[in-house]
Structures are given as structure tokens and as C-alpha cells.
Design a protein around this ligand. Structure first.
Ligand code: GLC
Length: 455
């Protein structure tokens, strides 16, 4: 399979959070932080903003990504957290490109905003092809602890990984983390612009007829307003024009977009509605679904609790309102695909979701990508989410199987409200090496298997 990948690759600096240490660092900003916690800004212009974001995420156990708007704060983050961070491939696209390459795609062409030596060292060696640089020579896809003097131009996102059960005191409150998750502090001028490399665009156009698919992400890094007064619209349109042109030149090209956590609901809604009719499927998590549902004035209750029936009802409504189209919702406990059309046979759709779940579980446990056979072998020993199984069963109880329904291996395929539904529980490893990038891993593995089964 030959696949174009746009747009965001960066370096992730994964920092394991020690709550008490963070509370100590935050001590001198305590008043400002507690004010900001009451009314979270959603982006980072100061050190207290950063702590407010981190502590809010930890207290709720939710994932978030806040943009750093101030270069000084980004320096402060580097000075305090780079040492001791694990550096890895970051950015949904960078992660997904590596998954495709490791799992057996024949050629994967990524758009790389800053192709520095360090950034390139994190790409898989197997099938990645850089239009002007040829094959990747160095394989650092397993990650490395930071030992280098930080170059200010490297696009580094700080991923603060926190564990369930972590407990610490901040001011008078005890913060107790209900669920493992991560808070990302991102300073990334190029990816904020949805940077499209010229060589990438040229290569894509010249070879579009040979391509099987395109895997696209990075829109969530757009800003409503840029320092030069421009807005995200023109950057979004540049990308929409590119995707439209690809589709015109190759009507078999299968495009999946991985959505992401936006800094503004309005922008997320606008981007979603621009992309949904244009691409073949969009991957989102439950936080993103809740936000889109809220903006579409749909019922949001139960979504954040990962109630599968609530997620299903809302996802079908979203497809009706914004579609036709296909959304794939990946949560910690299950994956649910809702589609207006059958893009594959029912058996095959089930197979693709199982494949994605298995690859992601093995990746979560080992922290490494590996040959497909090895990943699947590791996955077979990882248990299915109990909560996920119950949720899928709830849907099964609710929707009769009918003639074409399938119920198998804790998973289901159903026709419901004129849509095609497929749900599979995830596999959960007790002590994941990292939670960042799991949604990307699931989506890209599903995507690759879809391309293979469509061929
Ligand atoms: C976002 C972040 C990036 C992270 C990725 C994981 O793209 O910007 O740092 O690697 O999410 O999904």
C-alpha cells in the first residue's frame, strides 16, 4: 500500500508526572493558579496557565492539549522538563506514518514541517520515503532519553503523562487522579500553521495515481487568530484544496482524517463540517465527540462516561446532521464505527477494528512498534476491557441482530437508524508504557487493514 501522510509530525518529550513535585514547583504561583483553575484559559501564556491546565486535567483524569503562546514559557518548559523526558515521534501524523511503515505498507510519504536530524531519527526505517531525502537511514523509532542540548527550532511538545491513583496536595486541596491520561503543552510555530512542505505537495501530485490512501491530521493545532492578524480559514482552505485535488485526480484514493483536541469549539466544528463531506472517514475520541455534539446541539449526556448507547445515538445523529459520512470513535474501552454507507463487508469491518485494537494494545504494553505478527501475538495475551465488553453488550441488547447482524468475540455489527454500526472492546494492559498516541495507533492500523481489504 502506498500512502500519503499529512500534516503534523513533531517530537514528543514525554514526562512522567510526580504530583507532589509539580505542586512544589507551583507553590510560588498559588493564587494565580487557583484563579485560573476556576476559569481555565485553554491555552498557555504564563507559567500559572500551564499548572492550571495540568492540575485540571489530573483532577478530572481527562486528556487535553493546550497551545503555548509565549516563547518564554516554552523556554521555561524546556529548561525544567526536557531533561528526564523520553523523546519519541510525536504528532498524530508522525505516529500514524510510523505505524503504517512498521505494519507493512510499501511506501509511506510524510509531510515533515521541520526535517531536522533529530526529528528524522524518530521515523521508522521500513517504508518511509521523504520526497527530497530518499529513504530514512537512522532508526530511532523506539525513542530515546533526552541528552542533547535543546535547539530552539526543534518542534517539541511536552506530554505530561499522569497515572491513575496519583495523590498530592495543592493549596488546601487534595488532588487525586481518577484515570491515567496526559496533558500536552505545545509550542510549535510551523504545525500551528498547518505547514505543507512544497516537495511533499509536488511529489503527491506527481504520484497521486499510484496512491492507495491518504492519512491526514494536524488541524487541531490551528489557531483562530495568528499574530499577523490572519485567521485559520486560509490555512484550512489550502489543505481542503489539496485533498479535493487529490480526489479529483484519483477517485479511488481513500482518505481518513484523525481529528484532535482543538483550542476552540467553534473552529473544531467548522473544520469538522468542512472535512466530513470530503473525506471517507474521521477518527475522534469521546471528548471530541462531546464537543462536536454540543456545537451541533445534540444530546451530550453519557458521552464522557463512555456510555456506548449514548455515543452511538449521538454519532448517528452527527452523521445525519453533518454527513453522509463515517465517524470512528475510539475510547479507552471500545471502538465504535458509525457509517452512512458500507465501505466494506460487515465481516471485514469487524476485522479491521479488531486489528486496530490489537495493534494499539500491544503498542501500549511494550511502548514499541513491531512486526505485525509479533504485535498480534502480544495482543492475544492482553485481556479485553471489561467495561468495553459490557458497553458493546448493551448495544447488542438494544438493537436486534436482524438478518445481517453479527455478534462475535464480544463485538457486534448492526444496522441501526439507516446506519452501519460496528463496535469492538479494546484490550487494556495493566501498566501502559504510555497513553499518548494510542488513538492514532488504532486509527492508522484500522486504516491500513481497510486499504488491504479494499484492494
Ligand atoms: C497531538 C500532539 C502531539 C502528540 C499527538 C498524540 O498531535 O500535538 O504532541 O504526539 O497528539 O496523539
Amino acid at each position: 500500500m502506498k500512502i500519503l501522510c499529512g500534516y503534523n509530525a513533531n517530537i514528543d518529550a514525554i514526562y512522567k508526572v510526580d504530583g507532589s513535585q509539580m505542586a512544589e514547583m507551583a507553590e510560588s504561583y498559588r493564587e494565580e493558579i487557583s484563579e485560573k483553575i476556576k476559569d481555565p484559559p485553554g491555552f498557555i501564556s504564563s507559567i500559572p496557565d500551564f499548572f492550571a491546565g495540568l492540575f485540571t486535567s489530573m483532577e478530572k483524569g481527562t486528556g487535553a492539549e493546550w497551545m503555548v503562546r509565549d516563547k518564554e514559557v516554552s523556554r521555561w518548559l524546556r529548561n525544567n522538563f526536557l531533561e528526564g523526558s523520553l523523546l519519541r515521534m510525536g504528532g498524530n501524523m508522525g505516529i500514524m506514518a510510523n505505524v503504517l511503515s512498521e505494519l507493512g505498507a510499501s511506501r509511506v510519504i510524510p509531510n515533515v514541517a521541520n526535517p531536522s536530524e533529530l526529528q528524522m531519527s524518530f521515523f521508522s526505517r521500513k517504508a518511509i520515503f521523504i520526497p527530497d531525502g530518499g529513504e530514512i537511514q537512522i532508526d530511532g523509532s523506539g525513542g530515546a532519553f533526552s541528552t542533547f542540548e535543546s535547539d530552539e527550532n526543534e518542534l517539541i511538545h511536552f506530554v505530561f503523562d499522569f497515572k491513575k491513583g496519583e495523590k498530592f496536595r495543592f493549596i488546601e486541596n487534595i488532588i487525586s487522579v481518577p484515570r491515567e491520561n496526559r496533558f500536552i503543552a505545545t509550542y510549535d510555530p510551523l504545525n500551528f500553521e498547518l505547514h505543507i512542505d512544497e516537495q511533499f505537495s509536488r511529489y503527491a501530485l506527481e504520484h497521486i495515481g499510484e496512491m492507495d490512501g491518504a492519512l491526514i491530521s494536524g488541524y487541531h493545532l490551528l489557531r483562530e487568530r495568528y499574530p499577523d492578524g490572519s485567521s485559520y480559514v486560509e490555512k484550512l482552505n489550502r489543505s481542503l484544496d489539496q485533498l479535493k485535488e487529490w480526489k479529483v485526480l484519483n477517485n479511488k484514493l481513500y482518505i481518513h482524517v484523525e481529528f484532535g483536541h482543538f483550542s476552540s469549539d467553534k473552529m473544531a466544528y467548522d473544520v469538522f463540517n468542512s472535512l466530513f463531506p470530503l473525506v471517507d472517514s474521521i477518527g475522534i475520541n469521546e471528548d471530541e465527540l462531546a464537543m462536536l455534539a454540543h456545537m451541533s446541539e445534540l444530546d451530550t449526556s453519557g458521552i464522557l462516561e463512555m456510555d456506548a448507547e449514548a455515543i452511538l445515538e449521538t454519532a448517528v445523529s452527527l452523521c445525519e446532521v453533518s454527513g453522509p459520512g463515517r465517524v470512528q470513535i475510539h475510547t479507552r474501552e471500545f471502538v465504535l464505527s458509525v457509517a452512512s454507507d458500507m465501505h466494506l463487508g460487515a465481516e471485514h469491518i469487524l476485522e479491521t477494528l479488531h486489528f486496530g485494537v490489537n495493534c494499539a494494545a500491544a503498542f501500549a504494553c511494550s511502548g514499541k512498534l513491531d512486526e505485525r505478527e509479533n504485535l498480534l501475538k502480544i495482543a492475544s495475551s492482553i485481556g479485553r476491557s471489561k467495561y468495553g465488553k459490557e458497553q458493546v453488550q448493551n448495544i447488542a441488547d438494544q438493537i436486534p441482530s436482524g438478518d445481517d447482524g453479527i455478534t462475535r468475540e464480544d463485538s457486534i455489527f448492526r444496522k441501526y437508524r439507516e446506519h452501519f454500526i460496528c463496535a469492538v472492546p479494546t484490550r487494556l494492559c495493566g501498566d501502559p508504557v504510555a497513553t499518548v498516541g494510542l488513538g492514532d495507533t488504532i486509527s492508522s492500523a484500522i486504516f491500513l487493514r481497510e486499504l488491504e481489504l479494499r484492494a
